[in-house]
Design a protein around this ligand. Structure first.
Ligand code: NDP
Length: 339
């Protein structure tokens, strides 16, 4: 069986390609520019230096050396903003996993850097899919960002589920440009899929952590690194967290299970940064970790996210402490942590 993965050099996509090859698929995988890194994280001390060093032409080597890659992985060059760029890549595929989308917060021009590649890029990929009847299903990597930001209160007794949709106006008011990009991209995708009769499923993960396969640092793994690398305070923020292996697996299950449909939220646990620091402290008592929150306000409360639909994909979530440990061990192994 032949499938396509867009943005294959990314964090989640690299795991997706690895698991697809493991399951015997032939994978057509898009990359943009093997020499270009999308992530800039100036807020982490020393990170730019590390990133620059990592920003080398070997960006796809980790894919080319995966088990089965030599025989069944076919890389092709495509850009989200280039019309028709994905036409030949999706040809002959049974499923297209569209993961490519910029994920970073430090932007100067949100329209050009985030919104256009997310929204126009998604429509560009779906447009290519609409031309090829071999495609039975499109699995779109959306986000909890497209689910939870609708102005409804999120408190410990509230259960967020797949019926929630983020409100673009609220995202705009709060200048949450990445959140807006994912919200508008998913909205546009559902509209297009309905019009063109495309069978589409979306995967809506929260902050994804766990081992890195790629040599560059991605935004969500950097969220863990940021509290380890000498920060004085931790953010007064609460996020859902999920392991990258569960996320990649859910994408494949969403294709393989014929009755899979609609959206799938993926969150193992919602936790404030103070809890992340607490877990890190238990795992690594020698680490110098921040002891206080970045502001004096009460901690942003946790909430719940329904696991019911995720369970129907057979996802038995990897616990948060295991995910944090895997992230740290991987960051160490790749030289992002040198102590
Ligand atoms: P990465 O930054 O690791 O990967 C993003 C990928 O998108 C990269 O391969 C990047 O290519 C590609 N991309 C960005 N802009 C373009 C463009 N203009 N043309 C072609 N490709 C482009 O991020 P993640 O793996 O974390 O994210 C993957 C997907 O998962 C995204 O859709 C993201 O929104 C979503 N997601 C991520 C979460 C997380 O916590 N990590 C949570 C929820 C959703 P290049 O390598 O060339 O820059």
């Amino acid at each position: 069986k032949v499938v396509c993965v867009t943005g294959a050099s990314g964090y989640i996509a690299s795991w997706l390609v690895k698991l697809l090859l493991q399951r015997g698929y032939t994978v057509k995988a898009s990359v943009r520019d093997p020499k270009k890194s999308s992530v800039q994280l100036p807020q982490i001390q020393g990170a730019n230096k590390v990133l620059k060093k990592r920003d080398d032409p070997k960006k796809t080597e980790h894919l080319r050396t995966l088990d089965g890659a030599q025989e069944r992985l076919h890389l092709f060059k495509a850009d989200l903003l280039e019309e028709g760029s994905f036409d030949s890549g999706v040809e002959g595929c049974e499923c297209v996993f569209h993961t490519a989308s910029p994920f970073y917060h430090d932007v100067k021009d949100p329209q050009a850097e985030l919104l256009d590649p997310a929204v126009k890029g998604t429509l560009n990929v779906l447009n290519s899919c609409a031309k090829h009847p071999s495609i039975k299903r499109v699995v779109l990597t959306s986000s909890i960002a497209a689910v939870a930001y609708n102005g409804k209160p999120r408190t410990p007794d509230v259960v967020v589920d797949e019926t929630w949709f983020s409100d673009p106006d609220i995202c705009k008011e709060s200048k949450l440009w990445y959140v807006l990009s994912k919200t508008l991209a998913e909205e546009a995708a559902w509209k297009f899929a309905k019009e063109k009769n495309i069978d589409m499923v979306t995967i809506n993960p929260a902050m994804v952590i766990g081992p890195l396969l790629q040599p560059t640092l991605n935004t969500s793994a950097a969220a863990v690194l940021s509290v380890i690398k000498g920060a004085q305070t931790f953010p007064n923020a609460t996020f859902g967290w999920v392991n990258v292996k569960d996320v990649a697996n859910a994408h494949i299950q969403a294709f393989e299970i014929p009755t899979a449909n609609g959206r799938y939220c993926l969150v193992e646990r919602v936790a404030h940064y103070s809890e992340i620091v607490k877990i890190l402290h238990e795992l690594y008592p020698d680490f110098k970790l921040p002891e206080k929150s970045a502001d004096d306000k009460p901690y942003v409360p946790a909430y719940q996210v329904s696991k019911e639909k995720a369970k129907s994909l057979g996802i038995d979530f990897i616990p948060l402490d295991v995910s944090i440990k895997e992230t740290v061990e991987s960051l160490k192994e790749k030289g992002f942590i040198s102590f």
